[in-house]
Design a protein around this ligand. Sequence first.
Ligand SMILES: *[C@@H]1O[C@H](CO)[C@@H](O)[C@H](O)[C@H]1NC(C)=O
Ligand SMILES: *[C@@H]1O[C@H](CO)[C@@H](O)[C@H](O)[C@H]1NC(C)=O
Ligand SMILES: *[C@@H]1O[C@H](CO)[C@@H](O)[C@H](O)[C@H]1NC(C)=O
Ligand SMILES: *[C@@H]1O[C@H](CO)[C@@H](O)[C@H](O)[C@H]1NC(C)=O
Length: 224
Amino acid sequence: MFIRSLLQASALLPFISTSAQTTTACNNSPSLCSRAYNNITHLGAHDSPFVRDKSTSFSTSGNQYYNSTVQLDAGVRLLSAQVHKNSSATGEDEWHLCHSTCDLLDMGSLTSWLKEIKTWMDADANKNEVVTVLIVNSDDATASDLGAQFASSGIDDYAYTPASTSVPKTWPTLESLISNGTRLMTFVASLKETSTQYPYLMDEFTYVFENDFENESPTNYMHA
Ligand SMILES: *[C@@H]1O[C@H](CO)[C@@H](O)[C@H](O)[C@H]1NC(C)=O
Ligand SMILES: *[C@@H]1O[C@H](CO)[C@@H](O)[C@H](O)[C@H]1NC(C)=O
Ligand SMILES: *[C@@H]1O[C@H](CO)[C@@H](O)[C@H](O)[C@H]1NC(C)=O
Ligand SMILES: *[C@@H]1O[C@H](CO)[C@@H](O)[C@H](O)[C@H]1NC(C)=O
């Protein structure tokens, strides 16, 4: 009896000591917490909201089989989208997620998509996740047009504002973005002018470069 319970106790020990170590994961990995935002590979979904499923009658203009929530659940941390003007809608609501043109595929307002992302970021299980949104600004929306939608979705509460409008030498680490409550990075291609009212809208090509579509070797990813 005694031996048996001793054996049980020692068999439990490894589990006890493992669970006593509290390890925090950032974007699904403890090793990413102390890494700078720009020293990480972020898995991205191109044209994230443009789905080819029952909801779009399996539109050939859809790039994704699963919506943005499912993509985030699967580990995607960068979501790109195109924003167009749907002139039959009015006011803030005219900025829609459309693929090439709104006649081809209109996935609704930018606000409703941002709300979907915010809902995911709000969940307790996702509080250590840094998400990047990359907007292709196809019809030259101004920073106020876009910012108004970020504000009405409420996702602006999470938005990171860069320290300056020039390229930083170092970006914050994931853990500092998380502890500051600024877990949303927002890039817009392109913004004609930045806005003091919405300083978190970062002009993509001020901060980011894009490599060629086809890369044949890892060195193709290096900035010239
Ligand atoms: C990127 O992260 C790796 C692993 O932590 C580290 O060795 C490297 O110095 C970092 N590079 C930069 C430029 O911060
Ligand atoms: C996303 O897709 C899943 C599964 O297909 C579905 O259950 C969910 O309601 C969708 N979410 C949104 C916000 O559309
Ligand atoms: C534009 O938006 C309106 C209102 O949301 C919608 O009914 C209409 O289908 C959209 N137009 C196109 C071409 O998608
Ligand atoms: C965190 O917030 C403080 C106070 O607003 C600011 O000084 C600091 O630069 C922020 N850090 C990051 C990583 O954004």
